[in-house]
Ligand binder design. Structure first.
Ligand code: 5GP
Length: 187
């Protein structure tokens, strides 16, 4: 699993992995967040209504789920199970609460923390994204601070100093013989 603070570039690193390593299987999360420009339903996320999300939770259809900045996000469990059953790794990009749930349910999962080169750089990136109003950015920055404090809970820390390099390092972890079967990346 890949995790890490909002704005550190988890999404960008995972997009780079998808682009350059099409064989790497990346879980598509469900979310109640509205679709951003350029996002495709079923590719970046499955965009659900609150009622649809409730139903998935009730059916125990999610490996983990969390509320993040006013929206809910979750990992559909069936596709991950199918993928792991073939002996191939699965990459999850999720936030910290979800990473903790995966750790509890699947202790063999490898947890990767994507860290910013510096706090100033993270602030710049969150402000520069421009996709959210300032109040939402502030909220994400506060969450990011708490998430940075959790880096020690992870198996590996990858510094996102360069997207290409970080993507290579992540794929190296996924395919290393000693690695767990799934790698989660969290910002
Ligand atoms: P965004 O709204 O920027 O796409 O995502 C917000 C946060 O939710 C990011 O930290 C992202 O990694 C996280 N996230 C995306 N999908 C999932 C998921 O399935 N589960 C959890 N717990 N977090 C997710």
């Amino acid at each position: 699993m890949l995790s890490g603070p909002s704005g550190v570039g988890k999404g960008t690193v995972v997009a780079e992995v998808r682009r350059r390593y099409p064989d790497v299987w990346v879980s598509v999360s469900v979310t109640t967040r509205g679709r951003r420009a350029g996002e495709v339903d079923g590719v970046h996320y499955h965009f659900l209504t609150d009622a649809e999300f409730d139903r998935l939770v009730a059916e125990d259809g999610l490996l983990e789920w969390a509320e993040y900045a006013g929206n809910r996000y979750g990992t559909p469990v069936a596709p991950v199970r199918e993928r792991l059953a073939t002996g191939a790794p699965a990459l999850l990009e999720i936030e910290l609460q979800g990473a903790r749930q995966v750790r509890a349910r699947a202790p063999e999962a490898q947890l990767v923390f994507l860290a910013p080169p510096s706090w100033a750089e993270l602030e710049n990136r969150l402000a520069g994204r421009g996709s959210e109003p300032p109040a939402v950015q502030q909220r994400r920055l506060a969450i990011a601070q708490a998430e940075l404090d959790a880096a020690g809970e992870f198996d590996v820390v990858v510094v996102n100093d360069d997207v290409t390099r970080a993507a290579d390092e992540l794929v190296g972890l996924l395919t290393a013989p000693s690695s767990g079967r799934s790698v989660g990346a969290s910002e």
